[in-house]
Design a protein around this ligand. Structure first.
Ligand SMILES: Cc1ncc(COP(=O)(O)OP(=O)(O)O)c(N)n1
Ligand SMILES: Cc1nc(C(=O)O)sc1CCOP(=O)(O)O
Ligand SMILES: [Mg+2]
Length: 209
């Protein structure tokens, strides 16, 4: 697989129930230059999730941008996505790697130093540092924010690319990058923007990409 650019990950917003609005925002951020997309659905039943995945893959392919699927390895395989993002309570990484080909991306959530150490020995392509700041987007099962100090500590420990998530926006993205992140993952900074395409361009500017 070609080198993946983790610098700006758009994580889709599962609060958007209307498909037209959902795909309008996805296409806008692709036009604006998002570098990777994570399809994240926590409420949809499998069939509806699959349909969103099929259309998301079509759009991402059109713009030449990799698509990964949150939690659901079956759906990632079904649509030939570029990979998955899994958490500490999802399938173990070793099993995920067995189910996926060696060239698929696996991202793993890391919320403390011990998990960062453990991830070094796992077949993961990047770690999702979660959360870096407070967020209103995800309320259940959220660890305490690590902050910039936590990011610095995990940067020292981790041999993997770090993608920071949680409350990241154009006001703090530069600080997140200069303190050890290889990329940012955002929901609201794009999905709640008046103009998601411009918001994506502004984030790119802040990231100097
Ligand atoms: C880039 C990135 N990092 C962390 C997460 C969180 O994943 P997880 O812990 O599995 O929680 P859910 O997203 O499934 O609620 C992520 N999605 N992306
Ligand atoms: C999907 C997700 N996971 C998180 C974690 O810390 O595990 S925070 C989060 C949502 C991030 O949304 P926003 O960019 O709107 O703050
Ligand atoms: Mg998960």
């Amino acid at each position: 697989m070609s080198i993946i650019d983790y610098s700006l990950m758009y994580v889709t917003d599962d609060r958007i129930t209307d498909d037209n609005a959902f795909f309008e925002i996805l296409e806008a951020t692709l036009k604006g230059g998002t570098t990777i997309v994570q399809l994240r659905e926590k409420q949809l039943h499998t069939r509806a999730f699959y349909h969103r995945a099929v259309e998301s893959k079509r759009l991402c392919d059109l713009y030449g941008i990799p698509l990964i699927v949150n939690d659901r390895i079956d759906i990632a395989l079904a649509v030939d996505a570029h990979g998955v993002h899994i958490g500490q309570k999802d399938l173990p990484v070793a099993m995920a790697r067995e189910l996926l080909q060696a060239n698929k991306i696996i991202g793993l959530s890391v919320s403390n130093v011990q998990q960062a150490h453990e991830a070094n020995a796992l077949a993961v392509d990047y770690i999702g540092l979660s959360p870096i700041f407070g967020t209103f987007t995800k309320t259940a099962d959220l660890d305490p924010p690590l902050g910039i100090e936590g990011l610095k500590v995990i940067r020292e420990v981790s041999s993997k690319p770090i993608v920071s998530i949680g409350g990241v926006d154009k006001g703090n993205a530069a600080e997140v990058m200069t303190n050890g992140s290889d990329g940012i993952a955002v929901v609201s900074a794009i999905s709640k923007a008046d103009n998601p395409e411009n918001a994506t361009r502004e984030l790119r500017k802040v990231l100097s990409i």
